[in-house]
Write a new protein. Structure first.
Length: 221
């Protein structure tokens, strides 16, 4: 953290994660109201609470670095607002697919960045990106819905393709717009980074992981 460029990159990374966790909390809390059963409402509410606790961990770590959570998150707020505005779900099932597929693209992206940070920061990133119960819950509900009405699979598959396009566009925008965050990728003095070929492979892995998740849901990528 003695390197100002590296410290700025870590603050950017945590700021981006903080916006993501706070947004996830807000969205899951709102989605809980759309759930068809009280059990589903309770499950989503519990996931929302877990996301807020992740946000608190990030906020506290930023404070230890002497960074304002508002200032750290502000540069990434517009990207998240744009993504969610462009991918507003029309129903319960689209909301579930978004929570599983769309959010996990961002999760993969930040895990790729975390490979290049110090041990303490990497441990925090790993902790806050841990599954809060989304995966099994969404897989069960979506596959059950497809079993009951196979016609929904085509619509949800198209929705998944839209999500991956929007998510990758926003990830590339964040990486390109924030020099300090990009510096974690490409390295600096005493810190080797990725070359352009490896950066290309990062985005290829994001796409491959998306296809695997879609298959797990019973949807075509």
């Amino acid at each position: 953290m003695d390197n100002p460029e590296y410290r700025a990159g870590v603050i950017d990374l945590l700021g981006a994660l903080g916006v993501g966790e706070l947004t996830a909390f807000q969205r899951l809390a709102a989605d809980a109201e759309l759930a068809p059963t009280l059990a589903d409402q309770a499950a989503l509410a519990g996931m929302a609470v877990a996301e807020f606790h992740h946000f608190e961990r990030i906020r506290d770590h930023l404070a230890q670095l002497g960074a304002s959570v508002d200032e750290a998150m502000a540069p990434f707020h517009e990207a998240y607002v744009t993504f969610h505005a462009n991918t507003a779900p029309s129903d319960w099932l689209e909301g579930l697919v978004k929570a599983y597929v769309g959010d996990q693209i961002a999760t993969d992206f930040y895990r790729e960045i975390a490979v290049a940070v110090d041990d303490d920061t990497r441990a925090l990133v790993t902790e806050v990106l841990a599954d809060a119960g989304h995966a099994d819950f969404v897989i069960d509900r979506v596959r059950s819905a497809i079993d009951e009405d196979p016609s929904v699979a085509g619509r949800l598959a198209l929705w998944g393709r839209r999500l991956v396009g929007e998510a990758l566009a926003q990830a590339q925008r964040v990486a390109a717009d924030r020099d300090a965050l990009a510096a974690i990728f490409v390295g600096g003095e005493g810190r080797p980074g990725m070359d352009l070929a490896e950066l290309g492979r990062v985005f290829a892995r994001l796409t491959e992981n998306h296809a695997k998740r879609m298959a797990t849901l019973g949807l075509a990528a």
